[in-house]
Write a protein of this length. Sequence first.
Lengths: 295, 276
Amino acid sequence: MKPITLARRGLNKQVIGWLFVLPMLLFFITFVLYPIFYAIKSSLYRFDYTRYYWVGFGNYAALLKNELFRMSIKNTLIFVVFMVPSVTFISLLLASLICSHGKKLQSFFKATFYIPTVSSLVSIVIIWEYIYNFQFGMGNYVLKSIGFEPINFLGVNYVYFSLMLVLLTMSLGAPIVVFTAALNGIPKDLYEASAIDGAKAVRKFFNITFPMLKPTLLYVVVTSTIGSFQIFAIILIMTGGGPAYKTTTIMMLIYREAFINMNFGIANAMGIVLCILICFIAFIQFKLLKSDVEY
Amino acid sequence: MKESRLPRYSANLGLLLLVLFFLWPFYWMVSGSFKNSSVSIQIPPEWFPLHPTLDNYATLFAKHPINSWFYNSFFISVVSTCLVIVTSSLASYSLAKIRFRGSKALFGLMVAAMAIPHSVLLIPLFNVMQQFHLVNTLWGVLLPVVGWPFGVFLLKQFIQTLPEELIDAAKIDGCSELMTFRKVILPLAKPGVAVLAIFTFVNSWNDYVWQLIMLNEKHMYTLPVGVKFAQKIQEFDNNMGMAMAGAVLATLPVLIVFLYFQKYFTEGLTLGAVKG
């Protein structure tokens, strides 16, 4: 009798295991896997207002010659190159300041810096458009009262600065929380030991804090890189990619190509290129930051 | 000791200034929403609304179907959160504790899919929704949220740490897998489920671009899409008071959820980062 029940239980386990996963799996296949395959397939077709026709890698080849696409890569890289180091550095700095306070104050600070991250993007943009308004905005009011000329915050000259300031306020919340947790997790006796050895603050940072923080640092750098490559929603709402395509990032171009020009094939080809680009750079960061954890 | 105090004080002063810089826009939004249109654009600004008015809110509610927008946002966030919790907790239990044949590969596939930037999926997902005739429906907006395996990723780590003995004990007592899941696992996994619920709620509420793509009739809009629409048709033209009232409406519900459940956010973020 016994082997049979065991075998049945083994079979049952397989069936029940799959049954438990089934609902999730159905959603996952329908709304993640299927769209991925659809994107790949559609990137090989073009649409001429009546029918789809096969162009092979034609859409990808067209991207190479597409000046707007090259420009959008450049614009995206400007955001990435500025955002990733600033987010990492500022959030680490703030987290180490926050860490020196008691539990209550710590959670107050964390909540404060996290508020822009959870707020509706539409609201944030409306507030900042008010602040950036040329005539009656608070930005120019402050500038004038400290003796500067008023500036056009969303004009050609200052648009990057203005967008990145808003983006920074929205991107610091999560890294600060993560860094604070990591810093709180470093055993205090490590510092005490090095204090006895007479180590200065700078050496303490490089000998203890930095190595202990490496996994978290890797996490923050990789996630903020992935995020910065996809900067888009705020641009769509705030500048629409202008002035003069200056803030047209890759995602913004993909959106335009799909929903304004109705070129879904080209939009999907761009999306796939962006995806590969992000994976490639995240992989390199992973290798660089991971390899020297164990020296 | 004495010379090391000055940098400490200045550092904390800097921290305080930054806190003000972060909170101030929200103060400006709330106080601005109670100013009438001429006060809202006056220079020098009125730092505190001296003659607070509810006119901005009244006009917005009179001119736009704010109640429908609120209902739509709420429906999308609540239903997607419920579905995510049911599907991911079931799947996570199975992947972490039942460990059927192929469970490892399946989990690997889900994690790998999460490496794909979410925004790249927007366009093919929209095409798929067209095929299903779900464009311009609330279900069309919320169903894809359930497919994203973040919840499985989060809860599996959580359930994995629960002791195996508890499950064995439940089995010996004659519990089926479903009973074990409901009576033993789910109560213990509550903190993880709470984290997932709050994250899903806020993310669904704030998924502005997806809602914008999917919903194309005024009464179908969500609050953020509707408020942005009101701005686009120049409802707020030089009436910054009304613009601020719109901003308050679009963000207040998530802000309340966040402040109320703040603890879970910090827990969830560290759970994802440290263990992931």
